[in-house]
Design a protein around this ligand. Structure first.
Ligand code: ADP
Ligand code: ZN
Ligand code: MG
Length: 476
């Protein structure tokens, strides 16, 4: 039997507003526990919530970026449940009337574009944080209580763990471009619950799904889903049934464990929030937000391909982070050739940043430093190999390319007589290879070029070395 996976993601994004969703408390991360609280977010009796306009605006912005319909009229609801991190005993959320509905996001899988439909985006408040101390005591930090959260729910259009990861990456890029969420999975400002079921290929009905929680990295999105899909297929092939439940991803063991049987919506006794008026969004407001929309990743990719003649692959990598795209464009503006700048970024810069676990915003190397280096290659002052070392030095020390070339005496040797001397020296120490070449082993040219480059400590002009090696070997 052949099975296929059906996946739908529910993503929670903490909004980058300065204050909480229903009170004026700060949302700053990392403060001393319970220092950013007030009677409203602590759920004291008699207090009244007031909706944060910015949170609504950010959600509309996201809805527009994800091609959703923005509801002219939406409403908050109470979702009732008990947990120590929820002082009111209910979470204010949106239920039957969310702010945004029926959108989509596009991913590119194996070179093909695929639309993943967005079912809804709604606004809600975050809960606090339970801290389980090794002493055996548990504590609650209410600083996070009332931080605005956007829940973005996809339709079950995702068909593989790889697609799920691509969806998450694209979504994260869009949220970061919009400036509505910092997208940090590890710190939990972006959280992903993955719903997954499997079915026989060809079947038109969905199977019973499970929901996986606690996935806090892109790698784990894929790993958790891969594990869960295998687990479900194994059960079904043994003739057993899948139980609808919530499962917890454990990155230590690489498995999912049953956490609780799935609750139903009616368990929460949803009802309209009586303390808040409905949210009415005017056409004018939507138009105003539309006007302020930044260029989004997909538009940037298209523009990079069109304006700079870049391959799709390059354009996608360069636009993953807005700051990286800006770094690239700055270098091109300063005179760098687009494809060349792109190569240096993708091969050298991203490698160096990766090694240190840094992103482009933490990079001290400037676009103008790269462009200066490219100029030195073009003038023939240094060759490409040397340039790689200079690039790394520039990155590490912040010194200019010119200064480094001088300091280390890296100037390329383009003086034929020096190169010819080196060739003769290599020939005299390798008489056997010279004999073999003469006997017709043409491919030994590579060997001689390599030896000459080694002798000149990589500084010789490789093109010239090649020409001269051929010439001199043929002459002797
Ligand atoms: P529930 O009422 O159980 O929360 P929803 O209809 O609200 O289910 O869907 C929650 C998420 O689960 C959505 O992202 C949706 O795409 C996904 N989903 C729904 N049914 C399935 C299924 N059979 N298999 C996989 N994912 C599913
Ligand atoms: Zn407060
Ligand atoms: Mg649901």
């Amino acid at each position: 039997m052949q099975y296929e996976a059906v996946i739908g993601l529910e993503v929670h994004a903490q909004l980058l507003t300065e204050s909480k969703i229903f009170c004026g408390c700060s949302t700053q991360f990392g403060a001393e526990p319970n220092t950013q609280v007030c009677p409203v977010c602590l759920g004291m009796p008699g207090v009244l919530p007031v909706l944060n306009k910015k949170a609504v605006e950010y959600t509309i912005k996201t809805g527009l970026a994800l091609n959703c319909r923005i509801a002219p009229y939406s409403r908050f609801a109470r979702k009732n449940y008990f947990y120590p991190d929820l002082p009111k005993g209910y979470q204010i959320s949106q239920y039957e009337l969310p702010l945004c509905e029926d959108g989509y996001l596009e991913i590119v899988i194996d070179g093909e574009r695929k639309k993943i439909r967005i079912k809804r985006i709604h606004l809600e408040e975050d809960a606090g944080k339970n801290i389980h101390d090794p002493s055996g005591y548990s504590f609650v930090d209410f600083n996070r209580t009332g931080v605005p959260l956007m829940e973005i729910v996809s339709e079950p259009d995702i068909r593989s763990p790889k697609e799920a990861a691509l969806y998450m990456k694209k979504l994260r890029a869009i949220l970061r471009y919009l400036g509505v969420c910092d997208g940090n999975l590890e710190q939990g400002s972006l959280r992903c619950d993955a719903n997954v079921s499997v079915r026989e290929v060809g079947s038109t009905e969905f199977g019973v799904k499970t929901e996986i929680k606690n996935i806090n990295s892109f790698r784990f999105v894929e790993k958790a889903l891969e594990y869960e899909i295998k687990r479900q297929i194994k059960l079904l092939s043994m003739g057993e049934k899948i139980i609808q439940e919530t499962r917890l991803w454990d990155s230590q063991t690489g498995t999912t464990q049953s956490m609780r049987s799935k609750e139903e919506a009616h368990d929460y006794r949803y009802f309209p929030e009586p303390d808040l008026v409905p949210v009415v969004v005017s056409e004018e407001w939507i138009e105003k937000i539309k006007k302020d929309m930044p260029e989004l990743p997909d538009q940037k990719i298209e523009r990079f391909i069109k304006d700079y003649g870049l391959p799709q692959y390059d354009a996608e990598i360069l636009t993953e982070e807005k700051a990286l795209a800006e770094w690239f464009e700055e270098a091109v503006k300063l005179g760098g050739k687009p494809k060349e700048v792109s190569n240096w970024i993708m091969v050298e810069l991203l490698r160096l940043l990766n090694e240190e676990g840094k992103d482009i915003t933490e990079c001290s190397l400037t676009p103008s430093q790269l462009v200066e280096l490219l100029g030195l290659i073009e003038k023939g002052t240094i060759n490409r190999n040397t340039a790689k070392d200079v690039f790394e030095e520039m990155y590490k020390t912040g010194k200019s390319a010119e200064a480094l070339v001088k300091e280390k005496g890296l100037t390329q040797i383009s003086d034929s007589s020096v190169i010819i001397d080196a060739i003769r020296q290599v020939m005299s120490t390798n008489p056997k290879e010279v004999e073999r070449f003469k006997a017709g082993e043409e491919k030994l040219i590579g060997f001689f070029v390599g030896q000459v480059m080694k002798l000149t400590k990589g500084k010789a002009n490789p093109k010239l070395v090649n020409e001269l090696v051929v010439k001199i070997l043929k002459e002797t």
